[in-house]
Design a protein around this ligand. Sequence first.
Ligand code: SAH
Length: 228
Amino acid sequence: MSADPRHPHVRGMGMASARSRARLVERLRALGIDDERVLDAINRVPRHEFVDEAMTSRAYDDTALPIGYGQTISQPYIVGEMTRLLIGEGVPEQVLEIGTGSGYQAAVLAEIVPTVYSVERVEPLYEQARRRFARLGYRNIRVRLAREDVLGLPDYGPFEAILVTAGAESLPTGLLEQLAEGGRMIVPVGASGDQRLIVVRRENDTFVRETLDAVSFVPLIHESQDVR
Ligand code: SAH
Protein backbone atom coordinates (compact mmCIF):
# COMPACT_ATOMS: atom_id res chain seq x y z
CA MET A 1 0.00 0.00 0.00
CA SER A 2 2.87 2.41 0.55
CA ALA A 3 3.18 2.60 -3.22
CA ASP A 4 -0.29 4.16 -3.40
CA PRO A 5 0.20 7.95 -3.52
CA ARG A 6 -3.44 8.54 -2.54
CA HIS A 7 -3.12 6.67 0.75
CA PRO A 8 0.49 7.03 1.89
CA HIS A 9 -0.16 6.18 5.54
CA VAL A 10 -2.32 3.08 5.35
CA ARG A 11 -1.41 0.67 8.10
CA GLY A 12 -0.31 -2.94 7.52
CA MET A 13 -2.07 -5.60 5.48
CA GLY A 14 -0.61 -4.51 2.13
CA MET A 15 -1.22 -6.99 -0.68
CA ALA A 16 -3.45 -9.14 1.52
CA SER A 17 -5.92 -6.27 1.93
CA ALA A 18 -5.84 -5.53 -1.81
CA ARG A 19 -6.75 -9.18 -2.50
CA SER A 20 -9.52 -9.18 0.13
CA ARG A 21 -10.91 -5.99 -1.36
CA ALA A 22 -10.88 -7.44 -4.87
CA ARG A 23 -12.82 -10.46 -3.55
CA LEU A 24 -15.34 -8.18 -1.86
CA VAL A 25 -15.83 -6.27 -5.12
CA GLU A 26 -16.49 -9.53 -6.98
CA ARG A 27 -19.04 -10.49 -4.35
CA LEU A 28 -20.85 -7.16 -4.70
CA ARG A 29 -20.82 -7.56 -8.47
CA ALA A 30 -22.39 -11.02 -8.06
CA LEU A 31 -25.04 -9.47 -5.82
CA GLY A 32 -26.02 -7.15 -8.67
CA ILE A 33 -24.04 -3.96 -8.13
CA ASP A 34 -23.01 -3.21 -11.70
CA ASP A 35 -21.94 0.44 -11.56
CA GLU A 36 -18.20 0.39 -12.26
CA ARG A 37 -17.68 3.80 -10.62
CA VAL A 38 -19.05 2.39 -7.38
CA LEU A 39 -17.11 -0.88 -7.61
CA ASP A 40 -13.87 1.03 -8.36
CA ALA A 41 -14.45 3.28 -5.35
CA ILE A 42 -15.00 0.29 -3.04
CA ASN A 43 -11.88 -1.27 -4.50
CA ARG A 44 -9.85 1.82 -3.57
CA VAL A 45 -11.06 2.49 -0.02
CA PRO A 46 -9.10 0.58 2.67
CA ARG A 47 -12.09 -0.53 4.81
CA HIS A 48 -9.71 -2.08 7.37
CA GLU A 49 -8.67 1.49 8.23
CA PHE A 50 -12.26 2.30 9.25
CA VAL A 51 -12.71 -0.44 11.88
CA ASP A 52 -11.01 -1.09 15.22
CA GLU A 53 -7.73 -2.94 15.02
CA ALA A 54 -9.38 -6.00 16.64
CA MET A 55 -11.89 -6.20 13.72
CA THR A 56 -9.28 -5.92 10.97
CA SER A 57 -9.58 -9.56 9.93
CA ARG A 58 -13.32 -9.09 9.26
CA ALA A 59 -12.99 -5.75 7.49
CA TYR A 60 -13.66 -7.23 4.04
CA ASP A 61 -16.58 -9.43 5.03
CA ASP A 62 -19.86 -8.17 3.60
CA THR A 63 -21.28 -7.35 7.02
CA ALA A 64 -21.89 -4.39 9.29
CA LEU A 65 -19.44 -4.22 12.22
CA PRO A 66 -19.57 -2.40 15.58
CA ILE A 67 -17.60 0.86 15.81
CA GLY A 68 -18.39 1.70 19.46
CA TYR A 69 -20.97 4.08 21.02
CA GLY A 70 -23.71 1.65 19.92
CA GLN A 71 -23.06 2.49 16.25
CA THR A 72 -22.00 0.39 13.25
CA ILE A 73 -20.09 0.70 9.99
CA SER A 74 -22.59 -0.24 7.27
CA GLN A 75 -22.49 -3.45 5.29
CA PRO A 76 -20.49 -2.97 2.04
CA TYR A 77 -23.40 -4.13 -0.12
CA ILE A 78 -25.62 -1.42 1.38
CA VAL A 79 -22.86 1.18 0.96
CA GLY A 80 -22.56 0.18 -2.70
CA GLU A 81 -26.30 0.26 -3.28
CA MET A 82 -26.81 3.61 -1.53
CA THR A 83 -23.87 5.12 -3.42
CA ARG A 84 -25.26 3.90 -6.75
CA LEU A 85 -28.71 5.33 -5.98
CA LEU A 86 -27.21 8.62 -4.78
CA ILE A 87 -24.92 9.45 -7.67
CA GLY A 88 -27.30 8.42 -10.44
CA GLU A 89 -26.18 8.96 -14.02
CA GLY A 90 -24.44 12.30 -13.66
CA VAL A 91 -22.09 12.75 -10.73
CA PRO A 92 -23.24 15.48 -8.27
CA GLU A 93 -20.76 18.26 -7.40
CA GLN A 94 -21.43 18.16 -3.68
CA VAL A 95 -23.29 15.73 -1.45
CA LEU A 96 -24.27 15.68 2.20
CA GLU A 97 -24.14 12.61 4.41
CA ILE A 98 -25.96 12.50 7.76
CA GLY A 99 -24.19 10.06 10.11
CA THR A 100 -20.43 9.95 9.46
CA GLY A 101 -19.89 7.03 11.86
CA SER A 102 -16.61 5.39 10.86
CA GLY A 103 -16.30 7.59 7.78
CA TYR A 104 -16.32 4.64 5.37
CA GLN A 105 -19.40 5.66 3.36
CA ALA A 106 -18.08 9.24 3.11
CA ALA A 107 -14.74 7.92 1.81
CA VAL A 108 -16.46 5.80 -0.84
CA LEU A 109 -18.42 8.88 -1.95
CA ALA A 110 -15.26 11.00 -1.90
CA GLU A 111 -13.68 8.67 -4.46
CA ILE A 112 -16.43 9.69 -6.91
CA VAL A 113 -17.86 13.08 -5.90
CA PRO A 114 -15.76 16.32 -5.83
CA THR A 115 -16.94 17.49 -2.38
CA VAL A 116 -18.52 15.45 0.42
CA TYR A 117 -20.00 17.07 3.53
CA SER A 118 -20.66 14.70 6.41
CA VAL A 119 -22.16 15.36 9.85
CA GLU A 120 -21.92 13.21 12.97
CA ARG A 121 -23.55 13.79 16.38
CA VAL A 122 -21.30 11.56 18.57
CA GLU A 123 -18.28 13.75 19.28
CA PRO A 124 -15.63 11.00 19.67
CA LEU A 125 -16.73 9.41 16.38
CA TYR A 126 -16.60 12.82 14.71
CA GLU A 127 -13.06 13.42 16.06
CA GLN A 128 -11.91 9.96 15.01
CA ALA A 129 -13.33 10.33 11.49
CA ARG A 130 -11.70 13.73 11.10
CA ARG A 131 -8.29 12.30 12.04
CA ARG A 132 -8.82 9.28 9.80
CA PHE A 133 -9.66 11.42 6.74
CA ALA A 134 -6.55 13.55 7.35
CA ARG A 135 -4.30 10.52 7.75
CA LEU A 136 -5.68 8.78 4.63
CA GLY A 137 -5.47 11.96 2.53
CA TYR A 138 -9.20 12.58 1.96
CA ARG A 139 -9.02 16.35 1.51
CA ASN A 140 -12.43 16.58 -0.19
CA ILE A 141 -14.44 15.45 2.87
CA ARG A 142 -15.70 18.22 5.15
CA VAL A 143 -16.78 16.61 8.40
CA ARG A 144 -18.84 18.60 10.93
CA LEU A 145 -20.21 17.95 14.40
CA ALA A 146 -24.03 17.91 14.23
CA ARG A 147 -25.94 20.76 15.84
CA GLU A 148 -28.55 19.67 18.37
CA ASP A 149 -31.20 22.05 17.10
CA VAL A 150 -31.18 21.27 13.38
CA LEU A 151 -30.70 18.24 11.17
CA GLY A 152 -28.13 18.43 8.38
CA LEU A 153 -26.16 21.52 7.36
CA PRO A 154 -28.59 24.26 6.32
CA ASP A 155 -25.75 26.83 6.11
CA TYR A 156 -23.81 24.89 3.48
CA GLY A 157 -26.52 23.74 1.08
CA PRO A 158 -28.37 23.33 -1.09
CA PHE A 159 -26.99 19.90 -1.95
CA GLU A 160 -27.51 17.97 -5.13
CA ALA A 161 -27.71 14.78 -3.14
CA ILE A 162 -28.31 13.92 0.52
CA LEU A 163 -27.63 10.50 2.03
CA VAL A 164 -28.95 9.64 5.48
CA THR A 165 -27.13 6.63 6.96
CA ALA A 166 -29.29 6.32 10.09
CA GLY A 167 -32.93 5.23 10.23
CA ALA A 168 -35.57 7.95 10.62
CA GLU A 169 -38.98 7.11 12.13
CA SER A 170 -40.66 9.33 9.57
CA LEU A 171 -39.42 11.28 6.56
CA PRO A 172 -37.10 14.06 7.87
CA THR A 173 -38.80 16.88 5.98
CA GLY A 174 -36.40 19.53 7.35
CA LEU A 175 -33.70 17.98 5.19
CA LEU A 176 -35.77 18.38 2.02
CA GLU A 177 -35.25 22.14 2.24
CA GLN A 178 -31.49 21.51 1.93
CA LEU A 179 -32.00 19.64 -1.33
CA ALA A 180 -31.25 21.52 -4.59
CA GLU A 181 -33.78 21.56 -7.45
CA GLY A 182 -33.28 18.31 -9.41
CA GLY A 183 -31.57 16.75 -6.41
CA ARG A 184 -32.29 13.53 -4.54
CA MET A 185 -32.26 12.28 -0.98
CA ILE A 186 -31.85 8.65 0.10
CA VAL A 187 -33.06 7.84 3.60
CA PRO A 188 -34.02 4.71 5.57
CA VAL A 189 -37.49 5.31 7.06
CA GLY A 190 -39.68 3.29 9.40
CA ALA A 191 -39.89 1.71 12.83
CA SER A 192 -37.05 -0.58 13.89
CA GLY A 193 -37.51 -3.95 12.17
CA ASP A 194 -39.65 -2.37 9.46
CA GLN A 195 -37.35 0.09 7.67
CA ARG A 196 -37.40 0.76 3.95
CA LEU A 197 -35.03 2.78 1.81
CA ILE A 198 -36.85 5.87 0.47
CA VAL A 199 -35.69 8.03 -2.45
CA VAL A 200 -37.10 11.54 -2.67
CA ARG A 201 -36.46 13.63 -5.79
CA ARG A 202 -37.01 17.38 -5.92
CA GLU A 203 -38.59 18.17 -9.28
CA ASN A 204 -40.09 21.57 -10.13
CA ASP A 205 -40.46 22.20 -6.43
CA THR A 206 -42.48 19.11 -5.79
CA PHE A 207 -41.08 16.07 -4.01
CA VAL A 208 -41.44 12.71 -5.71
CA ARG A 209 -41.11 9.76 -3.39
CA GLU A 210 -40.25 6.15 -4.15
CA THR A 211 -40.00 3.23 -1.71
CA LEU A 212 -37.23 0.66 -2.23
CA ASP A 213 -35.61 -2.25 -0.33
CA ALA A 214 -35.97 -3.22 3.31
CA VAL A 215 -32.89 -2.16 5.32
CA SER A 216 -31.72 -2.06 8.94
CA PHE A 217 -29.94 1.04 10.26
CA VAL A 218 -29.22 2.36 13.75
CA PRO A 219 -31.64 5.18 14.66
CA LEU A 220 -31.35 8.77 13.53
CA ILE A 221 -31.40 10.80 16.73
CA HIS A 222 -32.98 14.20 16.62
CA GLU A 223 -35.04 16.25 19.07
CA SER A 224 -37.63 17.46 16.59
CA GLN A 225 -38.32 14.37 14.52
CA ASP A 226 -39.54 16.62 11.72
CA VAL A 227 -42.99 15.11 11.56
CA ARG A 228 -45.28 17.35 9.55
N1 SAH B 1 -22.11 6.03 7.44
C1 SAH B 1 -21.49 5.34 8.57
C2 SAH B 1 -22.43 4.46 9.34
C3 SAH B 1 -23.25 5.27 10.20
S1 SAH B 1 -24.08 4.57 11.59
C4 SAH B 1 -20.28 4.54 8.15
O1 SAH B 1 -20.01 4.43 6.95
O2 SAH B 1 -19.59 4.05 9.04
C5 SAH B 1 -25.14 5.99 11.85
C6 SAH B 1 -24.45 7.21 12.42
O3 SAH B 1 -25.39 8.26 12.44
C7 SAH B 1 -23.97 7.03 13.84
O4 SAH B 1 -22.61 7.30 13.94
C8 SAH B 1 -24.82 8.04 14.63
O5 SAH B 1 -24.13 8.61 15.71
C9 SAH B 1 -25.13 9.06 13.56
N2 SAH B 1 -26.30 9.92 13.80
C10 SAH B 1 -27.50 9.58 14.35
N3 SAH B 1 -28.32 10.66 14.36
C11 SAH B 1 -27.63 11.70 13.81
C12 SAH B 1 -27.94 13.07 13.55
N4 SAH B 1 -29.11 13.61 13.88
N5 SAH B 1 -26.98 13.86 12.96
C13 SAH B 1 -25.77 13.33 12.65
N6 SAH B 1 -25.42 12.04 12.87
C14 SAH B 1 -26.34 11.23 13.45
